[in-house]
Design a protein around this ligand. Structure first.
Ligand code: 13P
Length: 303
């Protein structure tokens, strides 16, 4: 199995005991698989001898988006069916499930490597918002991730980038990790303006979000024409956009933030095409719809 890899980038350099050392944020310490010679930790940062070329592995993240599928009892049965198939210590596995399934699914995956995610939430903590669910409710139920800005919420439920940006900020403020979705329609793909569109979505949706927050963010690139259609973007098409998203993050923040953010591909990903998509350097995982409801999901986790 191959992990998405990237070069770990230093924030600046310094000379220590006649040796050039590079400074990295302390949060990188856990990303370095093998600590090289010349590795030192200091409060708030780590120092590494410049002679060493550090390769950082972004941890792969495979998330299922169950959408509006599975009653509570069906959800528990699916967790049992997938339990052994999704075992993989090197991958973050997430089930993003309908609100009513969150509590039984959180119970069903206790003690396994599966994290629980929500598919949506509202930006207020409580009050007169009929039909909505809040971040504190999700947190108490054991939710760690939340999908924000999925194209189905944008297109069917009219969510715009102002609300999506507010949701990203609220999720971070509440200790939830957003899985922020972006992606173009078939018309934009055909018009050739898809990259400008996606760049704009990222800029709007991350307004006033800090670099430290973006380092832990998950972005899902989901071309709308590939969702539920059986038509997957080719690995090269997906990689082109995921690389562009990373460049956008580098422009908005800095190289270290761009290297840390995890970017998924989503859209008809399945057991047959996952390995090729995941072999691309800027694709760190997948957001999977239809195939997350089947044993195939285990094959994607272990692709
Ligand atoms: P499919 O995998 O069913 O195409 O759905 C992708 C998706 O929308 C995940 O969020």
């Amino acid at each position: 199995m191959r992990q998405g890899i990237g070069v770990l980038l230093a924030e600046n350099t310094d000379t220590l005991a006649n040796e050039t050392v590079e400074h990295y944020p302390a949060c990188y310490a856990e990303k370095i698989m093998r600590k090289p010679a010349g590795f030192r930790e200091r409060s708030g940062e780590i120092l590494i001898s410049k002679k060493r070329r550090i390769i950082m592995a972004r941890r792969r993240i495979i998330a299922g988006n169950w959408k509006m599928n599975k009653t509570p009892s069906e959800a528990v049965a699916l967790c049992a069916e997938l339990k052994d198939l999704v075992k993989n210590d090197a991958v973050d596995v997430v089930y993003c499930v309908p609100a009513i399934d969150i509590v039984p699914v959180a119970e069903a995956v206790k003690g396994t490597n599966v994290h629980v995610g929500a598919e949506n939430f509202y930006i207020e903590d409580k009050g007169a918002f009929t039909g909505e669910i809040s971040a504190p409710m999700l947190k108490e139920a054991g939710v760690e991730f939340v999908i924000i800005g999925h194209s189905e919420r944008r297109d069917i439920f009219g969510e715009n980038d102002i609300l999506i940006n507010a949701k990203v900020k609220k999720a971070f403020a509440s200790g939830l990790t957003p899985i922020l979705c972006c992606g173009e329609s078939l018309a934009l793909r055909k018009a050739g303006t898809y990259k400008e569109w996606i760049k704009r979505q990222i800029e709007w949706d991350l307004t006033d979000v800090t670099a430290d927050q973006v380092k832990t963010l998950v972005i899902a690139y989901e071309p709308i024409w590939a969702i539920g259609t059986g038509e997957t973007a080719t690995a090269d098409q997906a990689e082109e956009v995921c690389a562009m998203i990373r460049e956008t993050i580098a422009e908005m923040y800095d190289a270290a933030t761009a290297e840390a953010v995890r970017i998924q591909y989503g859209g008809s990903m399945n057991a047959g095409n996952a390995a090729e998509l995941l072999s691309k350097p800027n694709i760190d995982g997948g957001l999977i719809g239809g195939a997350s409801l089947k044993p195939d999901f285990g094959q994607i986790v272990n692709a």
